[in-house]
Design a protein. Structure first.
Length: 78
């Protein structure tokens, strides 16, 4: 499994709706509201070999209100 962190920037006034839509899709492990450049931080796991870009496009970017995402993939190094 690959662990991903996805930061999500929402259009003003849409963060709660975006978070609700993410919750309905049940694709996340954890979801947080954050301060700073992005409004939400989502932690999720994808199966090994999964095309991460395609997964994000198919499951996240169709949600109305999302302006931008920033995805960080983690690696077990220790």
């Amino acid at each position: 499994m690959s662990c991903l962190f996805v930061q999500i920037r929402c259009r003003p006034g849409t963060a709660y709706n975006v978070a609700a839509q993410i919750a309905l899709r049940e694709i996340h492990s954890e979801l947080y509201s954050t301060s700073g450049d992005y409004d939400l931080l989502m932690k999720l796991y994808t199966p090994d070999g999964q095309d991460i870009g395609l997964f994000i496009n198919d499951n996240l970017l169709g949600i109305d209100g999302i302006e931008r995402t920033f995805t960080t993939q983690t690696f077990k190094a220790f």
